[in-house]
Design a binder for this molecule. Sequence first.
Ligand SMILES: Nc1ncnc2c1ncn2[C@@H]1O[C@H](COP(=O)(O)OP(=O)(O)OP(=O)(O)O)[C@@H](O)[C@H]1O
Ligand SMILES: [Mg+2]
Length: 209
Amino acid sequence: MTNDIIALGAESEITRITIWGHTYVAKRRPRKPYLLSELDTYLRASRTARECKSLNIARSLGIPTPAVHSVDMQNYTLILDHIAGKQLKEAVGQVSPSLLRRLCNQFGSLIGKLHDGNLVHGDPTTSNVIIDKKSRLWMIDFGLSEFNADTEMKGVDLHLIRRAFETTHWTHQDEMLQSTIEGYTEVLGDFAEPNLSRMEEIRTRGRYH
Ligand SMILES: Nc1ncnc2c1ncn2[C@@H]1O[C@H](COP(=O)(O)OP(=O)(O)OP(=O)(O)O)[C@@H](O)[C@H]1O
Ligand SMILES: [Mg+2]
């Protein structure tokens, strides 16, 4: 068995574990010393449980997500399949314009499928999407997701996508947003419009309030 830390964020510690030729990921949410201990325990527990549930629901909605193999609520740790690939964030500057459009279209259609199931991702950035060697996208990091989402929550999810493109991929932001919205609308049809209008409204609110 081999173990190595592949990501160390403010929220979690991601370790790659290889056992008998199969590679898994352990996602552990460590304690945050600056939080009151009751709040810290509540957040670690709720985000771990939420992530496990949403990864499975998203999968049942047709969105590629890593399978969950185990949930350890004593240590706030999930064991997931390791998805071989790289973050969509890294790929953006490396692929051709036409592949970038196709990837964003695919991203938009995955978000459309999530929203069709009334699930919102909560942190839909390009670091939370993995692209595999067949240019297939996988969604991860569902700790901030929410169920029974309404138009406002879906509008916020779309707004966060736009913000992520603006801040991280500003040179490609227009074509990325356009292709994402196309993929989203292909999945949701007429149901896309209220969520897209809400996205616009949220942006205006942010600007003038
Ligand atoms: N199942 C996985 N397979 C491959 N790589 C993964 C997997 N899960 C996480 N990673 C890698 O680790 C990084 C961080 O993981 P993740 O986004 O789930 O945690 P985080 O950003 O700390 O989020 P959170 O807000 O839930 O604490 C990802 O961007 C990805 O590069
Ligand atoms: Mg993340």
